[in-house]
Design a protein around this ligand. Structure first.
Ligand code: DAT
Ligand code: MG
Length: 149
């Protein structure tokens, strides 16, 4: 089953949005298979955003991610990578549709509340980067027959 890496950024934690955000993925039908509250080291933040290292916003992005606790999560389900990106909304919250997390809660691109992996390869790499195998659980929701035919 497909898995993705989601991370509620420090602004989402500080603003008390953790419960609402988790609820959106839970009620969609996805399964939470790993979660931890943590502060992020500079090294981990730089690795996670390595693809952006030459961008002008890289330094402020890393400083933001290490500025307070985050909630790192792995979610599982049919089409979860693309679906989670849709539930999250466009990178710039002002362009994100109402009903999406960023569209409902954000105002600026540098405070856009949550990260979600953008493709199968990045999801696998990010799960490996953020979690040890022993931190992920294998389980099946009792809702499964009512979510999948
Ligand atoms: P996403 O988080 O939607 O995958 P991304 O991978 O293009 O977006 O960029 C990673 C993060 O970097 C993004 O969530 C916020 C920040 N960012 C992106 N573009 C930016 C910009 N033009 N100015 C400031 N921050 C930016
Ligand atoms: Mg991205």
């Amino acid at each position: 089953m497909e898995r993705t890496f989601l991370m509620i950024k420090p602004d989402g934690v500080q603003r008390g949005l953790v419960g609402d955000i988790i609820s959106r993925f839970e009620t969609k039908g996805f399964t939470l298979v790993g979660m931890k509250a943590m502060t992020v080291s500079k090294e981990l933040a730089e690795k996670h955003y390595a693809v952006h290292r030459d961008k002008p916003f890289f330094g402020s992005l890393v400083d933001f991610i290490i500025s307070g606790p985050v909630i790192a999560m792995v979610w599982q389900g049919n089409g979860v990578i693309t679906s989670a990106r849709k539930l999250i909304g466009a990178t710039n919250p002002l362009s994100a549709e109402p009903g999406t997390i960023r569209g409902d809660y954000g105002l600026t691109i540098g405070r856009n509340i949550i990260h979600g992996s953008d493709a199968l390869e990045t999801a696998e790499a990010e799960i490996d980067l953020w979690f040890d195998a022993g931190e992920l659980i294998a389980w099946e929701s009792c809702q499964r027959p009512w979510l999948y035919e």
